[in-house]
Write a protein that binds this ligand. Structure first.
Ligand SMILES: Cc1cc2nc3c(=O)[nH]c(=O)nc-3n(C[C@H](O)[C@H](O)[C@H](O)COP(=O)(O)OP(=O)(O)OC[C@H]3O[C@@H](n4cnc5c(N)ncnc54)[C@H](O)[C@@H]3O)c2cc1C
Length: 499
C-alpha cells in the first residue's frame, strides 16, 4: 500500500485529537486534517469555572466538570502525552493516602445512608457486606466453572453479571457488578461484555482455569519469573510523579488535555484543524476520497481515520451511498443527566458528606436504577477551586449522575436534594446549594455488549477489505470508553500504513 499523503481524521474528541497528534509525528511528510463539527474540540470533555457566593459573603471560583474528571495512572498513553506536551506542572494528583483514595461507598437501594466498601483486611470484617465479600472470595478458587470453555474459545464472552455470578454468587454480582458498571458505563451489567469492559478479569479467569483468585496467584509467580515489563512509551519522569497517585486530573480540569493537544497540532506545519461537519464521503480516483463538508468545501484524502461514534459513522456511510460496514449499530448507548452542585461552607463538624471518593448505587432487587452515584469532587479535586485567600471558608462541590431515559421525570434541585438526603442521611438538614445545574447528555457512553470484541474484529476486517486498509476506526465505541483507552487507540492508529 502506498504511504499516506493526505490523512483526514473525522471527530475532534480525545480519540481524534490523539490520532491527529500521533499521525503528525509518524508521517511528517503527510498533510493531516482534523475535522470537528463543533466550534470546540474535546468531545465529551467539558468543564466551566463558576463564581459562587453565599449569604455570608463567602465566595469562590469553582471548577465544575460535566464530562470525565479523573484518570487512573495505569493508562500509559496518557502519561506519554503528559510528557510530550509538558503538562507535568498542570497535574493534580490524588495521593493513595488521601481519604478519596481509601474510602468509597455504596448506597444500597431501600436503605438510608452509605455503606463503606472494604479498603483493608481489617475493614473486610467490619460490615456484613465486607464479610460477604470475604466469604465469597475464600470460596471462589474452590468453585466449579461451567463457563471455563467460554474462556478458552476465541470468540468466547459473557455478561459481567453472569461472569461475577459464577464466581461470587448472584447477590454480590448484583450489588458490586451493577454498581461498578453504573460508575463507568451508566449501563446494565447484564448487557455489558466482561471481555470488552474488563479484559484483565477475563484474562485472570482464563489463567486460573475459571478462578480469578487462582489466576492472580499464577500471574504473580509469572511476573516474578519474567521480571519487570519493558515499554516503548516515551514517559520521561512522569511515572515517578505518578508513583504516589491513586487517580489524577489537572489543576484547570480535564480540558487541559484537549487544549494542549490543540495547541500542539496548531504548532505543526503539516496539520490543519477544520471546524465543520462531515456530511458525506465520496470515492475518487486511485483509492482516494473526497470529504464533503457542511459548509460546501471538499477535502481530498488518501487515508481516513473515523473517530466519531459508530452510529454517526453509519449515518455518514448511508448518506454517502457507500457499501455498509457490519455492527455499526450493534451497541446501545447510555444517556446521563450530570448534576453539578455547590454547597456553601458549613459549620465545623457538620460536613455535607463523609470523606471519600463518593458512592455508587447498585440495581435494586427488581433490577431498576435511577440515580447511578455521586462523586464527592471536593475530596479529590478541591485544589482546582480558587478562593480569595488561603484561609477562606471552603465550599463543597459534588456531582450526581442520573440515568436519563426518554420517560425520566425532570431532574430538579428539589428532587436531587431529596435523593441526597436519602443517600447521605445527614444528621442536619442539607443547606440550600449556591449552584445547581443539570445537563442531560444523550447517547454519551456506548455499552460494549456481549460479543463486542469479536464484532469489532469483524468490523475492522470488513473496513480493511472494503477500503483497502485506508480507513481506520477508533473511539469510545470501538476500543474502550475510558480516556486512557481513547488516547491509546489514537496512538496506535496508522501503524499498518507504510511510512
Ligand atoms: C459524563 C461522562 C463522564 C465520564 N467520566 C470519565 C472519567 O472520569 N474518566 C474516564 O477515563 N472517562 C470518562 N468518560 C469517558 C470518556 O470521557 C469518553 O469515552 C471519551 O471522552 C470519548 O472520546 P471520543 O473522542 O472517542 O468521542 P467523543 O468525545 O464523542 O468525540 C467524537 C467527536 O466527533 C464529533 N463528530 C461527530 N460526528 C461528526 C461529523 N459528522 N463531522 C465532524 N465531527 C463529528 C463530535 O462533535 C465529537 O467532538 C466519561 C464520559 C462521560 C460522558
Amino acid at each position: 500500500m502506498s504511504a499516506p499523503t493526505r490523512i483526514s481524521v473525522i471527530g475532534g474528541g480525545l480519540s481524534g485529537l490523539s490520532s491527529a497528534f500521533h499521525l503528525a509525528r509518524r508521517f511528517p511528510a503527510a498533510k493531516i486534517t482534523l475535522l470537528e463539527q463543533s466550534p470546540r474540540l474535546g468531545g465529551w470533555v467539558d468543564n466551566e469555572r463558576v463564581h459562587v457566593k453565599d449569604d455570608k459573603g463567602n465566595e469562590a471560583r469553582m471548577l465544575l466538570e460535566r464530562g470525565p474528571r479523573t484518570l487512573r495512572p495505569n493508562g500509559k498513553a496518557v502519561l506519554e502525552l503528559i510528557n510530550l506536551l509538558n503538562l507535568q506542572q498542570a497535574l493534580l494528583i490524588v495521593p493513595k493516602t488521601a481519604a478519596a483514595a481509601r474510602t468509597r461507598f455504596l448506597h444500597i437501594p431501600g436503605t438510608r445512608g452509605l455503606t463503606a466498601l472494604p479498603s483493608s483486611l481489617a475493614s473486610l470484617f467490619a460490615t456484613p457486606l465486607g464479610r460477604a465479600i470475604a466469604w465469597a472470595g475464600a470460596r471462589e478458587p474452590l468453585r466449579g466453572y461451567p463457563d471455563a470453555p467460554l474462556l478458552a474459545a476465541e470468540d468466547g464472552d459473557e455478561s459481567l453479571h453472569d461472569f461475577l455470578s459464577a464466581r461470587l454468587g448472584p447477590e454480590l454480582a448484583r450489588i458490586l457488578g451493577s454498581a461498578l458498571v453504573h460508575g463507568i458505563y451508566a449501563a446494565d451489567s447484564k448487557l455489558l461484555s466482561v471481555r470488552a469492559a474488563f479484559p484483565s478479569l477475563w484474562d485472570l479467569a482464563k489463567d486460573g482455569r475459571g478462578s480469578i483468585v487462582r489466576g492472580m496467584l499464577s500471574g504473580m509467580s509469572k511476573r516474578r519469573a519474567s521480571g519487570s515489563e519493558t515499554s516503548d512509551y516515551d514517559l520521561g519522569g512522569v511515572p515517578s510523579i505518578m508513583k504516589a497517585a491513586s487517580v489524577y486530573s489537572f489543576k484547570s480540569g480535564m480540558a487541559v488535555l484537549p487544549n494542549a493537544l490543540r495547541q500542539a497540532l496548531l504548532g505543526q506545519q503539516n496539520v490543519e484543524i477544520v471546524n465543520d461537519r462531515v456530511d458525506a464521503i465520496q470515492r475518487a480516483a486511485h483509492g482516494d476520497v473526497t470529504i464533503q463538508m457542511r459548509s460546501g468545501i471538499a477535502i481530498s484524502a488518501s487515508h481516513i481515520v473515523s473517530a466519531i461514534p459508530l452510529p454517526a459513522l453509519h449515518t455518514l456511510i448511508e448518506r454517502s451511498s457507500l457499501p455498509s460496514l457490519p455492527h455499526l449499530l450493534a451497541n446501545p448507548t447510555s444517556s446521563v443527566t450530570v448534576v453539578n452542585l455547590v454547597f456553601p461552607p458549613t459549620a465545623p463538624g457538620q460536613p455535607i458528606h463523609p470523606d471519600g471518593f463518593g458512592y455508587l448505587i447498585p440495581r435494586d432487587k427488581d433490577w431498576n436504577a435511577s440515580v447511578l452515584g455521586t462523586v464527592f469532587d471536593s475530596c479529590s479535586l478541591s485544589a482546582q477551586d480558587e478562593y480569595p485567600s488561603a484561609d477562606a471558608p471552603r465550599f463543597t462541590k459534588l456531582t450526581m449522575m442520573i440515568r436519563a431515559e426518554p420517560s425520566s421525570a425532570p431532574v430538579t434541585q428539589a428532587s436531587v436534594l431529596a435523593h441526597l438526603t436519602q443517600h447521605l442521611a445527614p444528621p442536619h438538614p442539607l443547606p440550600a446549594p449556591v449552584y445547581f445545574a443539570a445537563n442531560t447528555m444523550r447517547g454519551c457512553i456506548p455499552t460494549p455488549t456481549v460479543g463486542h470484541v469479536q464484532r469489532m474484529k469483524e468490523l475492522r476486517d470488513a473496513a480493511r477489505r472494503e477500503w483497502g486498509g485506508r480507513l481506520e476506526l477508533v473511539g469510545a465505541g470501538v476500543g474502550g470508553v475510558s480516556v486512557g483507552d481513547c488516547i491509546e487507540q489514537g496512538r496506535r492508529v496508522g501503524r499498518t500504513w507504510a511510512s
